[in-house]
Design a protein around this ligand. Structure first.
Ligand SMILES: Nc1ncnc2c1ncn2[C@@H]1O[C@H](COP(=O)(O)OP(=O)(O)OP(=O)(O)O)[C@@H](O)[C@H]1O
Ligand SMILES: [Zn+2]
Length: 447
């Protein structure tokens, strides 16, 4: 560890260097912060708006960054002339967009099809309470406009898919994947290969985050690493698994940092490397990924996929599946929340089985319910049998009503109880506790 006096001395030296740099900046002619004149005229197709000098406003605004030796005037001009498309204005996209705009990226595109919800605000800090209900793309654009009038921001209120991705992506230099679903990850990957754009890809769940860069410096693409999508039922999203807000905040910031580094050519990128962040131990690890796979269907020498495909079919799930409801039971095995509420009012004898995980059950539950999570149900059947057996009977004789958060797991539970465990009087409550909160009891919380 350095002695405090050494640290102080070093601090003085750094301050002196800093002052010299500032003096140099201030004494240079106001328009002196220019790039050397290019040896050749700009190639055809480079937008006329490409800047070769910084304005006084830009010099003042980005002074702390201009003083960083790795950035300097040249780096700042590169940022100014770069365009970045951020897909998703959620947990990752929110900080990524804000830091990119703050850093001086000249043009930013923001894509999101969703609206701001109260449950987003714990991490999606580009939005605020006054924006609940507003389009996320529009809300994000408004925040960028307030943050920096120097940034030209385009909001796309679209669900990016095979029909529009190629057109949108071609207008941007870099693409940031800040989405939360596998179908969009494959879509962005493939289109970034077809359009030859680097893809800065992040993800976060619970206390963990990951970051990598695809299609850069000869590194692999997402399909090289994951040629096949995972089974949809093994994919957990934030609305089911939860996420600690700061975690996507950190990964989104790192995505912005990675863009800044790539644009300005600083250091080594995360191409062919995966950064893994574990907030519980506060550890960052970087592992090496395999290189380009020669047999890769999109980036290999003999691609079998040369244009966007049907990613929902390929992945078995789409980008907007959070509201997706299954319907696997006949009507007689289901009951509406209104009919069930009437039975409760009549004190009808029954068992209410809540099959959510304990962590969700602890948030809120209906009175007199029995909590057995769906995953534990097969081994905890005796508990349910005991609860449903009333009086002299030796077999369950009380009807069982099954509830969960949205009415999907409850259907699976009813099917399992009927088909595998011989229950005959069992029904699922349609739409689960969300339907209960919306239709029966507005005081019941929705999470
Ligand atoms: N194909 C797509 N097109 C446009 N926006 C997308 C697409 N796929 C995902 N998104 C957006 O990416 C964002 C991802 O954000 P995040 O992971 O924080 O999840 P969320 O959907 O906002 O939150 P929650 O899962 O808690 O409801 C969302 O705003 C979502 O609308
Ligand atoms: Zn590949």
């Amino acid at each position: 560890m350095a002695h405090p006096a050494d640290v102080l001395a070093e601090l003085h030296t750094l301050r002196a260097e800093n002052a010299t740099l500032r003096a140099r900046l201030a004494s240079s002619s106001p328009k002196a912060a220019t790039a050397p004149s290019p040896a050749h005229p700009p190639p055809v197709g480079v937008p006329f708006t490409q800047k070769t000098r910084l304005s006084n406003e830009e010099i003042s605004r980005f002074s702390r960054q201009l003083l960083v030796p790795e950035i300097g005037v040249q780096g700042q001009l590169k940022l100014r002339n770069a365009s970045v498309l951020v897909v998703g204005a959620g947990g990752l996209g929110a900080p990524a967009v804000m830091y990119l705009a703050a850093a001086g990226i000249g043009r930013i595109g923001i894509i999101d099809y969703d609206v701001v919800e109260a449950s987003n605000l714990q991490r999606q800090i580009i939005h605020d309470e006054s924006r609940v209900g507003m389009l996320k793309s529009e809300s994000a654009k408004q925040t960028v406009s307030k943050l920096s009038s120097l940034c030209e921001c385009t909001a796309y209120n679209i669900l990016i898919d095979s029909s529009n991705a190629m057109d949108v992506i071609k207008k941007w230099d870099y693409v940031v994947d800040a989405t939360d679903n596998v179908a969009t990850r494959y879509l962005l990957n493939d289109c970034c290969i077809f359009r030859n754009k680097p893809l800065i890809s992040g993800s976060a769940l619970r206390m963990d985050g990951q970051l990598t860069v695809y299609n850069l410096e000869g590194g692999p693409c997402y399909r090289c690493i994951f040629p096949k999508p995972p089974p949809p039922e093994t994919v957990t999203n934030c609305s089911d698994g939860g996420v600690l807000g700061v975690v996507p905040g950190i990964i989104g910031c790192l995505q912005a940092l990675e863009v800044v580094k790539i644009v300005t050519g600083i250091g080594a990128s995360l191409s062919q490397k995966l950064l893994i962040f574990d907030a519980t131990t506060m550890s960052f690890r970087t592992i090496r990924l395999r290189g380009r796979t020669p047999s890769c269907a999109v980036c290999g020498p003999h691609p079998t996929i040369t244009k966007p495909i049907d990613y929902v079919q390929f992945c078995g799930a789409g980008p907007d599946d959070k509201a997706h409801n299954i319907n696997i039971l006949p009507p007689e095995s289901r009951i509406s929340c209104h009919k069930y509420a009437a039975l409760r009012l009549d004190a009808f004898p029954h068992v209410l089985l809540d099959v959510r995980d304990k962590i969700q059950y602890d948030i809120c539950s209906l009175h007199h319910s029995l909590n057995i999570p769906l995953s534990e149900l097969p081994k905890r059947i005796p508990e349910l049998t005991a609860a449903a057996t009333f009086g002299e009977h030796h077999e369950p004789n009380l009807p069982v009503f099954v509830v969960c958060r949205r009415g999907n797991d409850s259907q699976l539970a009813v099917k399992m109880l009927e088909e595998t465990h011989g229950f005959t009087h069992v029904k699922d409550i349609v739409g689960g506790l969300e339907a209960w909160a919306r239709g029966r009891d507005p005081t019941f919380p929705i999470y």
